[in-house]
Write a protein that binds this ligand. Sequence first.
Ligand code: VL7
Length: 129
Amino acid sequence: MPASLCGTWDMISNVNFDGYMSALISVYLRKIALRLKLRKVIEQQGDQYIIKTLSTFRNYAISFKTGQVFEEFTKGLDNRHIKSTVTWQGNKLTCEQVGEKKNRGWAHWVEGDKLHLELHCDGEVCKQV
Ligand code: VL7
């Protein structure tokens, strides 16, 4: 069993978030988003998850069951409709986001006492801890 991702996690580093966002949104919103200290709140019951991304500017939440495709609307982010599937790949909770943008997805895992997140879209990779 992979380590639990559940809890409240405050961002301590954010590498190439601007590059990742440049694949999705215009420069105006990126300038605001880049300054945010994001908080993740992750809840789990069995294979049902809720992941909230919280900030002083906007909040975003998804709810899903692992292994089941769901319709995701990235409301307040890049406002796209995508088909998302989250599965465990080893110790990584991995999401594939199929839509207009190629190679879009993310992966969460725990290392030591830290939550890691890799976000990717097109050729861009953002790494958050
Ligand atoms: C979600 C933002 C850039 C728009 C506003 C910034 C406000 C706070 O996909 C994500 O998380 C996954 C994995 O934890 C679960 O949904 C990252 C933030 C990415 C993309 C678009 C910036 C506008 C951000 C809500």
